[in-house]
Every structure is written in C-alpha cells, then in structure tokens.
Design a protein around this ligand. Structure first.
Ligand SMILES: *Cc1c(COP(=O)(O)O)cnc(C)c1O
Length: 633
C-alpha cells in the first residue's frame, strides 16, 4: 500500500472502522424494543450537544462513533419499532441498509448508463417488478426518487409536459380533500395557482366523489378552462381510503385527462392478493407514485414514480447540454433523462438486495400481517362500548376515537382524544397520531412494521380505551388545529376595501375578543346584492368567506334548494379553511340572494389569521364546517 492522502485510511483501519460500526448498529437495533419509541427534546439541549464548528484537526473514529451513539442516535424516533403506528411507520431491512452502505462506499452512480450500467440495470429491474405487481404493461417504467413528494411532483410535471407543454393559466388539476399535502406543494412549485387546483369533497368513506368530479369538470370546461389531470389516492394518508379507481379511469378516458394515482402509502399492498383486489383499476392510471421506504421496508430515501408509457418521462425531462454529449446513448437508459436529478445515488441496490435475500414471499407475509392486524384492531374498536370507528378501515389504517358514554360535546371529545394520543406517547411503548376527519379529532394508527404484533396493537387499544378520563390533561379544552404562518399564504390574497359597522350581534364576532373583531373588520369589504344576484357560483374557485349582515339567501345544488341563510349566518367557510399551501375546498353549491342583501367579504388569509388568535371563533367556524360537511355540502 502506498502513502495515504489526507482523506484515506489503510485497509486494516477501514476494516476496524467497519466492524466497530456494525457492532454498534447491531447493539442499537437489538435495544430498540426496550427504549421509548419517541424521544422529544427541545432545541437548546441539542445545540449544546452538537452545535460546534468543525475541528481543524481530526480525532479517532471510535470517539466520533461514540458521540454519534450518545448525542444523535438516542434522539431519533424508532419508526421501525413494533409500537410505532403513527404517521406512516418505516422499517429498514438489514440487507437494504447494507445496500446503502455499498452504494455509498463505492459512489455508485445511477445517472448515466455508461458510468453505471450495473446500477441502471438494477433500477430497470426493480421498476419492472413494481410495474408487474401493479399490473402495468410492458411499456411502463419509471424512476426511483427521494420519496412520494418527489414522485408526485415528477408525475404532475410529466402530465403537463405530455398533455400541454408549458405552464398555462387555464389548466385545472383535481385532487380530493384527502389528497396528500405534497400534491399541493407540487402544484405550487410547478406554477399552479390555488384557483387551478380543485379540492373536491369525498364521500362518507373518504373516497373522491366521481359525480362531483364530473360536474366540476363540465363547469370548468364551460368556463373556458382546460381540465388536465385527476390525482387520486390509493391509500390516502388520513384513512387509507382507496378512491374508486375504475370509475375514475373511465371518466379520465372519456374526458381525456391524465390520471395520476398517489400510492405512496398503499400501492405496495398490491403484492398481496387482498391488496391487489382493493387496488383494482390502478393499472389504468397514467402514472403511479410508490414509496418503497414505506410498505416495502426500505431505508429513507426511496420513492418511485411509474408511468404507463415510460417514454413520456424521457420526453418530459430529457435535456442534453453540451457538457453531457459524451453520455448520449441509443437503447440504454440514462436515468438522468427521466427526472429532476442528474447525479443520483443507486437506490435500486437496497431494494434488489433485500428482495433477493428474503424473497418476495417474506415481503408478502409482512404486508399481509399488517392487513390482518388492522382488521383485528378495527374489530375490537367496533365491538367496544367506548371506542368508535370514524372511517372504514383503509388497507392498514384504522381511524377511531374514544367516546365515553353520554359524551356529546365535540370540543371535549377532541380534547379527550388528543390527550389520549399524548398518553400513548408517554408510556414510551407506542406512538399513534391524530388527524381530523369531517372536523372531528380521530386517533389514527397505521400498522406497517413487521415488528408490530397483536400484543402491540392491543396494548395501544387498552391505553386508549381504559385510561381513566380524570387522569388526562385536557388543557383548556381547545384543540391544536393546524396553525399556518401568515407568511406562507401571503401573496395569495386579494385585497378588499374597508367597512366597520357594529357587528357584535353576529355570532362569529361575538365569539372573538374586541380586538380580533376590530382586526377582522378593518380588513373586510362590504358588498350589496339585489334579489336574484349570485353570491357564490357553484364550482367557482373563489375562497372568500361571507358574513350575512342583512337579507336572505338560498343555497342551491343544480337548482335544488338545500337551505336558506339569514342575517348573522356564515357562508363559504369550507373554501376558506386552509387545506394546505393556500388551497381550499371547491364550492359545491351556489348561494343566491332572495332579498336585497348585505354581506361582509372576508379573505381566507385574514379570516384564518384572526381565527388563530380566537379559539372560540375558530371552534364555531369549524363546527359549522363540520355540520355542513357531514350533510355532504
Ligand atoms: C407519505 C406520503 C406522501 C409523501 O411521501 P414522502 O416519501 O414523505 O415524500 C405522499 N402521498 C401519500 C399518500 C403519502 O402517504
């Protein structure tokens, strides 16, 4: 061995370092089940441990390793633990971790064929497996990306490039209220404004309503807009709901829309028989998002996008600058032509190695086991006097809540269930998360890890069902709904003029403090309407919310009157409540003045900003929204 450069070790030292690292890892993994699933710690102690400039001179690797296991590792949630059922769990198989080590140690590049035929072929191979599992034809292929978010963005970019080319103001994309926030982020990054993304309502099973989709599309076409794509869910994050894929495929075919299916959480259920039948129709999508770092047990980061006509990806992304002329090929694939990344890590290696080592049957057994446990959990919830399901079980997600006998106060139920989520975390044995379904707080368990057993599931249900209510910290009874920085939505606002009548008699204003009421008023506009004039047009993309100061309005769906509204009522609040990144629900009904009328116009930005400071008013608005959602309007 010749002389070492400044950043090298001799082979003996490399072996020693490798062994020490593996030993430490095996020990840490063996200890996971005896440690708290989650370790929350604030910023100051972490800064104290780790915030330091780099040393000019190094120190022994053993010391560095020891510090990692003392100051970093203990402060990472154990997403692969048996008790981890929050959000979307993630269990990394050991051969996959070794695959990442190999790919990193050798700097395996999967950007271009000539420089990485091995990794590129592996990627083609695993993508072919995925395509086969989902029933995709031979023309389908795709690319491995960092995760579901990157896959959704890649899919939307591909849809736009294939169907229309450059970004335009008249394009419209349809998502459901259950779509993942990464869809909104992708739309925003690609230049879609909020009025170009229709957030459509769902049915009682949290599935996108095909009838509403068709009506919205027809209305948009009539308004001169161009429907581009439908983004459906194959396992929505909230409830695991699978949208009616065959019906959506029919609609998309009939109207020539791109159908994208977000299967980041759910698509790998297709390796089981049950999953395959639940996901039937997914093979008709134009593109599909998958996340191997979720239900295929790969370490972060590993997402995937499959496109039915793989050629579409290349056409959407290929650019060959002068400095890359040498890499042009004929029938080989340069993965840098299929997505946003040029230099790329070899993500396929871990997927391939883990499947080769365990075999597909072992993966199938793990996914099936999770589906079984979710059914077992749901059966217990359904049989319990104190627990109730808030959504049908979707794949392996169970959304439910505790409802003590006789308790009907929704606000108190919210507080009880949030406190129970915290109580589960406090045991250190498990972690569940909460969400909101039709405005109600739900406890959400997502069962995914092969480490999760029936004992873990029943322990969690025991805690939630049996913790005495008087031991829970219910806080001040207000729930922690999402608080968004005003800056994030800033820039999406229209700016109304000012009006300041005395409005303390209006329930919304009565529910807030004098200062908040004044703040809201100074930024509101006043509008007068004649009888027969329309305040809200069905399918309109506006997001303003209205307070009726005088007059009567009719709420209509395709001519049928659903309700009337009077002075003091609030209307349009569903669109104003923020679904994410400035997007709100579509108007599913029209509102028309029956008499001369006066309304206050509130922009969603200002309304949300004031509601953040007025828990009681927020509660009122959410209660109204909840009741209207429950009535399906
Ligand atoms: C997790 C998830 C995403 C985002 O995936 P990341 O890998 O976290 O970027 C998108 N859609 C759905 C349905 C998901 O569950």
């Amino acid at each position: 061995m010749g002389e070492q450069g400044p950043l090298q070790f001799d082979p003996e030292a490399m072996r020693d370092i490798g062994h020490r690292t593996v030993d430490a890892l095996v020990e840490a993994i063996a200890a996971i089940e005896s440690q708290p699933v989650m370790c929350r710690v604030g910023a100051p102690p972490m800064r104290a441990r780790l915030d330091a400039p780099p040393p000019a001179a190094g120190r022994p690797y053993e010391e560095v390793l020891a510090q990692v296991f003392a100051d970093v590792v203990p402060f990472c949630a154990h997403t692969g633990a048996g008790g981890y059922m929050a959000f979307i769990p993630g269990f990394p198989t050991w051969p996959s971790a070794m695959g990442d080590l190999i790919a990193s140690a050798l700097m395996m590049d999967s950007c271009w064929w000539a420089g990485g035929a091995g990794g590129s072929q592996l990627e083609l191979t695993v993508l072919r497996w995925f395509a086969d599992w989902l029933g995709y034809p031979a023309t389908a292929s795709g690319i491995l990306v960092s995760g579901g978010s990157a896959a959704n963005m890649t899919a939307l970019a591909c849809a736009r490039e294939r169907r229309v080319g450059a970004m335009r103001d008249d394009l419209v994309v349809y998502v459901s209220s259950q779509s993942h926030s990464s869809m909104a982020r992708a739309a925003r990054a690609l230049g879609f404004r909020p009025e170009q993304v229709r957030v459509l309502p769902v049915d009682r099973s949290f599935r996108l309503r095909v009838d509403v989709l068709e009506q919205a599309m027809t209305a948009d076409r009539a308004a001169g807009l161009v429907p581009l794509a439908v983004c459906a869910n194959a396992g929505a994050t909230n409830t695991g709901a699978v949208d009616p894929l065959p019906a959506l495929a029919d609609v998309c075919t009939a109207h020539d829309l791109w159908l994208h299916v977000d299967g980041a959480y759910g698509a790998f259920a297709a390796i089981t028989e049950r999953g395959r039948s639940t996901l039937a129709g997914i093979e008709r999508a134009d593109s599909i998002t998958l996340d191997p770092h979720k239900w295929l047990f790969q370490p972060f980061e590993c997402g995937a996008i499959l496109v039915r006509e793989a050629e579409g990806l290349r056409r959407a992304f290929e650019i060959t600058p002068d400095y890359l002329r040498d890499v042009e090929t004929h029938d080989e694939v340069n993965f840098s032509d299929r997505g946003l990344q040029l230099s790329r890590f070899c993500r396929a290696l871990k997927v391939w190695m883990s499947l080769q080592t365990f075999g597909l049957d072992a993966f199938r057994e793990a996914v099936d086991g999770a589906l079984d446990l979710a059914q077992e959990a749901a059966a217990r919830v359904a049989a319990s006097a104190e627990l109730e399901l808030l959504a049908p079980v979707g794949l392996s997600v169970v959304a439910f809540r505790r409802r003590p006998a006789g308790e009907t106060d929704e606000r108190r139920l919210d507080a009880i269930n949030l406190a129970l989520v915290a109580a589960v975390e406090q045991t250190g044995e498990a972690l569940v998360s909460s969400t909101r379904l039709f405005g109600r707080t739900a406890i959400r368990t997502c069962i995914l890890n092969p480490t999760t057993t029936a004992a873990h599931v029943h322990r969690v249900l025991d805690i939630i069902e049996q913790t005495p209510l008087d031991t829970l910290d219910l806080g001040d009874g207000t729930h922690a709904s999402v608080r968004r920085e005003p800056d994030i939505v800033h820039g999406w606002a229209t700016s109304p003029s000012v009006a300041a009548p005395d409005v303390r008699w209006v329930p919304l204003f009565a529910a807030m403090g004098a200062k908040e009421a004044a703040d809201l008023l100074t930024r509101a506009a006043e509008r007068r309407l004649e009888p027969g004039e329309t305040l809200i047009e069905q399918w309109d993309a506006g997001r303003d919310c209205f307070v009726i100061l005088g007059g009567t309005f009719a709420v209509r769906d395709a001519g049928r009157t659903l309700a009337t509204l009077q002075a003091g009522d609030l209307v349009g609040e569903l669109a104003a409540l923020d679904w994410g990144a400035g997007y709100g629900a579509v108007r599913t009904a029209s509102v028309e003045a029956l008499t001369p009328a006066t309304v206050l116009v509130l922009t969603p930005e200002h309304l949300n900003e004031v509601l953040r400071r007025s828990p009681k008013a927020l509660d009122l608005v959410e209660r109204i929204a909840r009741e209207r959602q429950a009535q399906g309007r």
